[in-house]
Design a protein around this ligand. Structure first.
Ligand code: NAD
Length: 368
C-alpha cells in the first residue's frame, strides 16, 4: 500500500508518495497544475524507471522532453545545468510547464536547480530512485549543482510540487547503497521518531540482509516516516537558520571521516560512525544512558553499518572536524541527544569528552 506524506511549505503543501509502482501516478499529479510539456531529466542507469514516469506523463496528455544527463557526481555541474536549460528553453517550456527529475540525489538536485532557474522558476517533481535521494535529497527544497570550487556551491531553495519514491527502483540498487541510505532513516529515528528504530531493531537476520525484498512494507513505512521527519524540521526552518541543524546528527564527525578516508568510507557508513560517536559523546557528558548508546549499535549493526572506524581514520578526522568552517565560526557544535527524540545543539563540549568518545569509536574492541 503506497503511503502519502503531506509536506507543508510556507502557505501551501504537497505530497510525497512512497511505495512500489508509484511512478505510475506522476502524470496525474503533474497534470493537476495544467502543464502542456514536461522536461524529464534522468540518467541511463535508471532509464527503466524514467520510462514508467514518461508513460504516465504521456498518458495524461503531456508532451515529454526527455534529457539524459551523465552519471557521477562530476556531472552534477554548472555545465550540465546550462545544457539542460538550453534544451528545455529550445523546446519552449512555458511558466506553467513542469520539470521532472527521475534518479538519485544527483539528478533531483540538478533537475530542481534547472526548474528554479528556467523562466525564473517552474514547478518540479522529484522522482527518487535511491534510498538517500528519497530520505534526504528530494525533500527540503535544497537544489543545486557543483562548481569547480566545491560541492553544491551554486543552488537555490526551490521546493518541489510533489515527490514520488517508487520503492521497486531499489531492486536494482547495490545493497551498500540501500544500507548507507538507511543510515539517514536511523538518524531520523534518533532525533525525532523512535518507531523507525523499533521497526529496524525487530528485523531478523534474513530480513535485515535484504529489506528491499523481505520487508517491503516496513521499508515503505521507514522511508515515509523519515520523509515526514525531515519535512517537519524543514517546515520549522526552511532557510536553515537554526533548528534544521538537528538534521546534522552524526554528520559532524561523519563528514570529516568521509574526507579523512578520501571517500573510501561511504556517506552512510561515515554518518553511522558519526552517530555512534555522538551517542558516546552524549553519554560521556551525562545526557543519555548506556541503553541508548547500545540501541545505536544494535540498529546500525542490523543494517551492516559500522559503529567504529580504525584509530588512524578517527585521528585523521578529528582535526578536520575542528577545522570545519561551520564549527570555527561558532565554536565546535554538536547535535547531541538528551534522550530519544530529544536532540539539542550543544556548543560547549569539553575537549576531554571529545577524546573519550573518539577513543570509544576508534577501538573495535571497545564496542562489544
Ligand atoms: N538536496 C539535498 O538536500 C541533498 C541531500 C543529500 C544528498 N544530496 C545529493 O545527492 C547526491 C547523492 O545522491 P545518491 O546517493 O542518490 O547518488 P546518485 O544520484 O549519484 O546515484 C548514485 C548512482 O546510482 C545510480 N542509480 C540511481 N538510482 C538507481 C537505481 N534505482 N538502481 C541502480 N542504480 C541507480 C545513479 O545513476 C548513479 O550512478 C549528491 O550529489 C548529494 O550532494 C542532496
Amino acid at each position: 500500500m503506497p503511503r502519502a506524506v503531506t509536506i507543508p511549505v510556507g502557505d501551501r503543501e504537497y505530497e510525497a508518495v512512497v511505495g512500489r509502482g508509484t511512478f505510475a501516478g506522476v502524470g496525474e499529479a503533474a497534470s493537476a497544475f495544467g502543464p502542456r510539456r514536461a522536461g524529464l531529466v534522468t540518467q541511463h542507469a535508471v532509464s527503466a524507471y524514467a520510462d514508467d514516469v514518461e508513460e504516465s506523463l504521456v498518458s495524461c496528455g503531456l508532451e515529454v522532453v526527455r534529457c539524459v544527463m551523465g552519471e557521477g557526481e562530476a556531472e552534477k555541474s554548472w555545465e550540465t545545468a546550462g545544457s539542460l536549460l538550453e534544451r528545455l528553453a529550445a523546446a519552449e517550456l512555458h511558466r506553467d510547464d513542469v520539470v521532472v527529475g527521475v534518479g538519485g540525489g544527483a539528478v533531483t538536485d540538478t533537475a530542481g536547480f534547472v526548474a528554479a532557474t528556467l523562466l525564473r522558476g517552474v514547478r518540479w517533481i522529484a522522482c527518487s530512485t535511491t534510498v538517500l535521494g528519497a530520505l534526504d535529497a528530494a525533500v527540503g527544497g535544497k537544489t543545486g549543482v557543483n562548481l569547480r570550487a566545491g560541492k553544491n556551491l551554486a543552488g537555490a531553495f526551490w521546493q518541489p510540487s510533489a515527490v514520488f519514491v517508487d520503492t521497486s527502483a531499489f531492486d536494482s540498487l547495490p545493497r551498500d547503497e540501500v544500507m548507507g541510505g538507511l543510515a539517514e532513516a536511523v538518524k531520523y529515528g534518533f532525533i525525532a521518531d523512535p518507531e523507525i528504530l523499533d521497526v529496524i531493531a525487530r528485523w531478523g537476520d534474513a530480513t535485515a540482509a535484504d529489506p528491499v525484498h523481505r520487508a517491503e512494507d516496513d521499508l515503505d513505512s521507514v522511508i515515509a516516516r523519515g520523509i515526514a521527519v525531515k519535512a517537519g524540521v524543514v517546515a520549522e526552518d526552511e532557510r536553515e537558520s537554526g533548528r534544521r541543524a538537528i538534521l546534522n546528527y552524526g554528520h559532524t564527525l561523519g563528514h570529516a571521516l568521509e574526507t579523512a578516508t578520501d571517500f573510501r568510507l561511504g556517506h552512510g557508513a561515515a554518518i553511522a560512525v558519526g552517530m555512534a560517536f555522538a551517542a558516546e559523546l552524549a553519554h560521556a557528558t551525562g545526557r543519555i544512558d548506556s541503553d541508548i548508546v547500545g540501541l545505536h549499535r544494535h540498529v546500525l549493526r542490523r543494517l551492516d553499518l559500522p559503529v567504529s572506524a580504525p584509530r588512524r581514520d578517527i585521528e585523521a578526522a578529528l582535526p578536520l572536524m575542528r577545522r570545519d568552517k561551520k564549527a570555527t565560526r561558532q565554536g565546535l557544535r554538536f547535535v547531541l541527544l538528551e534522550g530519544l527524540a530529544r536532540p539539542a545543539i550543544v556548543g560547549d563540549v569539553p575537549e576531554a569528552m571529545v577524546e573519550i568518545a573518539a577513543a570509544r569509536v576508534s577501538d573495535p574492541a571497545a564496542n562489544p
